[in-house]
Design a protein around this ligand. Structure first.
Ligand SMILES: Nc1ncnc2c1ncn2[C@@H]1O[C@H](COP(=O)(O)OP(=O)(O)OP(=O)(O)O)[C@@H](O)[C@H]1O
Ligand SMILES: [Mg+2]
Length: 427
């Protein structure tokens, strides 16, 4: 009987494993895989096993996988346990895990004379002196650019904030609560104000939640990464795994606004504990506290259905604020019409009539109606209609377009939003 036991790595093992790695190195040569990479891989749930004697972890082996190929990233054995066959025993169990995962070829890169060499030889690994290892270090900036590219993120154009017309109350609130504390963390600290790390924007469709989120990133000049919940499972392994992978990647970004649209898809009320949705919701609940430790990161979740979010999300400690983004009031509609018609062109128009006719319109509806009217004027121009004295659409064109635009908001939507406002808003 061997005096040790081998099992999968558990969450609480990490500190002990890192200690063994640091204490038990045999050479001064830089390993091919840095400790930070190994820890990063472990966070992303890579196959890993540990050997324990009693409660103590005395050895560990960690791999990473890509399709049929795996790499042993580290093999570590506490000094007093060298030369007992523990290395081979760890490799044997790790190989079982890899084989179950469909791996057919396992490699390892070791500096000459490093711990583990004997174990690989004893476990049937072929030494390949014919291969050379090439390495190139990308600067942190270019590594970050590559990662951002993978995530489809970028710093939005400047000026988006100023492009948001009307919505004065929302704008003021979002500026005071989010933008300013994140823009001036040193000042915030003087007043012991902790800048927000995660917020929910809620409101009916088309009211500008996505627009606000992008504009916040634009103001902060941070990259904006948008996540569509139904894409999380694209790499296989289910949405919970996708979510974990995403958060592990985001950890490497210096700064980021991480935006989840349709957050109710991943944070819905947990009903059936066996369901996929339940697993995803649980995963997100686990990931948010870790995400909150980063100082230059902001998570923004947008939803139309704040009612259906799991209550655990809405408790303080996860999200700092739940900010309503409602339908525009008449003043906001006036500003949005002006924005889409063009401030220099509204002078001859009956703006009051447009504002009144577009009750229950969202900014998106107004944008659409303005485009429709522009199309009408454009076609009239091409047709050489003699009434085309000025190129711009006239008030009737706009009113006609309004009549043809189906509003995104029903009365029920507005009632439901008013209810949410009282029940859920936390600002
Ligand atoms: N305040 C505003 N001023 C000008 N345009 C706006 C404003 N708010 C939104 N828009 C425009 O309306 C459209 C819809 O906005 P957006 O996509 O941000 O809404 P949303 O709340 O995210 O909608 P959904 O719930 O459907 O995701 C966009 O084209 C955006 O440019
Ligand atoms: Mg949106």
């Amino acid at each position: 009987m061997k005096p040790w036991r081998i099992r999968d790595l558990a969450e609480g093992d990490l500190d002990q494993v890192v200690r063994i790695w640091e204490e038990s190195r045999d050479t001064a040569a830089d390993p091919a895989v840095s400790l930070a990479e190994v820890v990063g891989a472990l966070r992303a749930d890579t196959p890993a096993v540990v050997a324990t004697v009693g409660a103590r972890v005395v050895g560990a082996a960690v791999a990473s996988t890509a399709q049929e190929r795996a790499w042993v990233l580290r093999l570590a054995i506490a000094r007093e346990w060298r030369h007992h066959g523990m290395g081979s025993a760890l490799l044997a169990v790790l190989e079982e895990r890899l084989s179950e995962a469909g791996v057919r070829r396992i490699g390892a890169l070791l500096p000459e004379g490093e711990v583990g060499e004997q174990a690989f030889k004893n476990s049937g690994y072929t030494y390949r002196p014919d291969l050379s290892y090439f390495e190139k270090l990308l600067s942190p900036a270019s590594a970050e650019a590559t990662l951002l590219d993978q995530l489809g993120g970028a710093v939005p154009a400047s000026g988006l904030w100023d492009g948001i017309a009307g919505m004065a109350a929302e704008k003021e609130l979002i500026e005071r609560r989010l933008v300013l504390p994140l823009e001036h963390p040193e000042v915030a600290e003087q007043y012991r104000l902790v800048p927000p790390r995660a917020v929910v924007l809620f409101g009916p469709p088309g009211t500008g939640k996505t627009t606000f989120a992008r504009a916040v990133a634009s103001r902060l000049r941070w990259p904006f990464v948008e996540v569509l919940p139904y894409h999380l499972a694209d790499d296989g392994g289910g949405a919970a795994d996708g979510l974990r992978r995403l958060f592990a990647q985001v950890e490497h970004l210096e700064e980021v606004v991480l935006f989840f649209d349709e957050a109710e898809e991943i944070a819905s009320e947990r009903q059936d504990p066996a369901s996929q949705a339940h697993r995803v919701t649980n995963e997100l609940l686990k990931l948010i506290p870790e995400f909150r430790r980063g100082e230059r990161r902001l998570l923004i979740c947008a939803t139309n259905a704040v009612r259906s979010l799991d209550a655990a999300f809405l408790r303080p400690g996860r999200f700092d604020f739940l900010i309503p983004v409602g339908p525009p009031d008449p003043e906001a509609r006036r500003a949005i019409w002006t924005r889409y018609i063009g401030p220099d062109r509204v002078a001859g128009l009956d703006l009051d009539a447009l504002v009144e006719a577009s009750d229950r319109f969202t900014p998106a509806d107004i944008e659409y109606a303005a485009q429709t009217a522009a199309q009408t004027a454009f076609e009239r121009h091409l047709a050489g209609d003699p009434r085309t004295d000025a190129q711009s659409p006239r008030t009737e064109d706009y009113l006609h377009a309004v009549g043809r635009t189906r509003t995104s908001l029903t009365r029920e939507d507005i009632l439901a939003f008013d209810h949410d406002l009282r029940a859920a808003a936390r600002v």
